[in-house]
Write a protein that binds this ligand. Sequence first.
Ligand code: NAD
Length: 255
Amino acid sequence: MKIENSVFLVTGAGSGLGAGTARMLVAQGGKVLLVDRNPELGEALAHELGASAAFAQADVANEEEAAKAVSVALSHFGKLDALINSVVVVPAEKMIGRDGPHRLESFSRTVRVNLVGTFNMLRLVAAELVHNTPDADGERGVIINTASVAAFEGQIGQAGFAASMAGIVGLTLPVARELAQSGVRVMSIAPGMMETTMMSSLPEEVQTSLGKVVPFPARLGKAQEFAALVCHIVQNSYLNGEVIRLDGALRMSAR
Ligand SMILES: NC(=O)c1ccc[n+]([C@@H]2O[C@H](COP(=O)([O-])OP(=O)(O)OC[C@H]3O[C@@H](n4cnc5c(N)ncnc54)[C@H](O)[C@@H]3O)[C@@H](O)[C@H]2O)c1
């Protein structure tokens, strides 16, 4: 699929990996509907990106709000070619903490936002993509989810986060298999430690020491490196049904 003149719905677009991806897609001639629950962040980025971008406020895990965001993409840009899912909440909580067992509410909330939210957008956007006119290769669209290396090596305190990311890894192949008959590809990216809001709130020396545990390059990954992989997946039709680690060979330790 070409990026130029294609329409992308990017979730979690107000910050971090989603924002970096939206910037690169627009720089390469794409049009982007930015979706985020934070209106200040989303509107500021839409303003920065100009006529090639628009913003819709939505909680991705909410049925009505997500459906409305999809209809804004269609009414504003007249079509939809791809979805980039990049929403996250990253709580840390031990199974047995000082105040007792892991709260059920916080586990459910993490799975709801990260996994159910990703699935909600995926099902709604897929239902539109299957009606697109296929290109010469028979392709009608592409969906790229963001998981994490925590799906494979979750650390202590990450039961909810790791479970939600493993859920995204798990749904990638079955959904890709089903949508293959409609010419819609489904991929996921599992980043390691990336230099985004989550990380940049940490002191610089902590960021540097975290970066040193990455085999090569020994630093945090950049949002542009994530965005470059998204752009490659969009343009390479033979990538389908797979999860790609983007982590400088990092394998997370237990803590
Ligand atoms: N930063 C990292 O080191 C890292 C590592 C591995 C995986 N990831 C994955 O990358 C993705 C994005 O991470 P990031 O670092 O860019 O995060 P971030 O916090 O910078 O951005 C997340 C965005 O999602 C929005 N958001 C949160 N809940 C929402 C909801 N319910 N509905 C709509 N928007 C919502 C926030 O407002 C924010 O703008 C996540 O899937 C995360 O698991 C990040």
